[in-house]
Write a protein that binds this ligand. Structure first.
Ligand code: GUN
Length: 287
């Protein structure tokens, strides 16, 4: 069996067109153009590429974007000042502090300083708490993109065995919370597995849906996949042979039923959901 490809790029195009239409209506009715402020500290090449993609997508959807580029030598206090100004700026609706920040910066203090109503990444503890309780203000972009991919591809999530591999605050933990909710597009039995999980291949083989966000190139091998399972690869690893995901794609493709490619899978959906949150943030802040 060769798995069918889940085309995240095409689906992201559809979602972006939907959001552009909603944004145009919002702007027509309110006179407000949603605006995302992206904070890019230092000169990390990959982060520059990601932020450029996010800003271009905003503008293509009829929204504004601002770019703030403090140098890598910026202090935590200076960054807190910058976030404070963006918090107070009524023309800015969403604030995105691109990660990773330089080692010298207190990342948690900076992320906690973003006003929860402008926190389009949904990293603030208030927003994480609301997600946990099943009453989200914003959903985090990557897990939300994955949920949309599964729902719009017609995957049965209710009652399914889902294994999330990787327990990051950005992907693994919120993904677990979202898919375990008593809600549409959820109601799954979720296992959060990680580098310390015992009998990891056996645990992964239980999964009807495997979501891999462990940050290690080609970590998920074919022997860890139940025949016919859906495999979602969140990884982007730069190796000598180019960009690869966390899934050994060529081998796993022969076992899985559905699989996402890297690139062209989860990444484009993450950007689409950021646009959705930016529009939602503008709605929340417009009377
Ligand atoms: N770096 C990698 N992924 C993300 C993300 O989703 N948001 C931000 N702000 N930085 C990231």
């Amino acid at each position: 069996m060769t798995a069918a490809i889940l085309d995240g790029k095409a689906m992201a195009g559809t979602i972006r067109a939907e959001i552009a239409e909603q944004a145009a209506r919002f702007t027509r009715e309110s006179g407000v153009t949603p605006c995302l402020a992206a904070v890019l500290v230092g000169d990390d090449a990959a982060s520059q590429v990601y932020v450029r993609g996010k800003r271009k997508a905003c503008e293509a959807a009829g929204m504004r974007s601002e770019l703030l580029t403090p140098p890598a030598t910026t202090t935590t206090e200076e960054l807190l000042d910058l976030v404070g100004r963006l918090n107070d700026d009524p023309a800015v609706h969403g604030i995105l502090v691109q990660l990773p920040l330089p080692e010298s910066i207190d990342e948690l203090r900076v992320l906690d300083a973003v006003r929860p109503e402008k926190d389009v990444d949904a990293f603030h503890p208030h927003n994480v708490g609301l997600i946990s309780q099943g009453r989200p203000r914003f959903l985090p972009c990557t897990p939300h993109g994955i949920q949309q991919l599964l729902v719009r591809s017609g995957m049965e999530i209710a009652g399914a065995e889902v294994v999330v591999l990787g327990r990051s605050d950005i992907v693994g933990k919120p993904m677990m919370l979202m898919l375990a909710q008593k809600a549409a597009g959820a109601n799954a039995t979720v296992t959060l597995a990680h580098s310390r999980t015992r009998n990891l291949p056996e645990v992964c083989r239980r999964a009807d849906i495997l979501i891999v966000a462990i940050g290690r190139a080609k970590f998920l091998t074919a022997d860890m996949v139940k025949p016919g399972a859906t495999v979602v690869d969140v990884g982007i690893n730069r190796t000598e042979s180019g960009l690869v995901g966390d899934v050994d794609f060529d081998a796993v493709r022969e076992v899985a039923g559905h699989i996402t490619p890297v690139p062209g899978g989860v990444g484009p959906l993450t950007i689409a959901m950021l646009l959705k949150n930016t529009l939602e943030a503008a709605r929340l802040q417009t009377g």
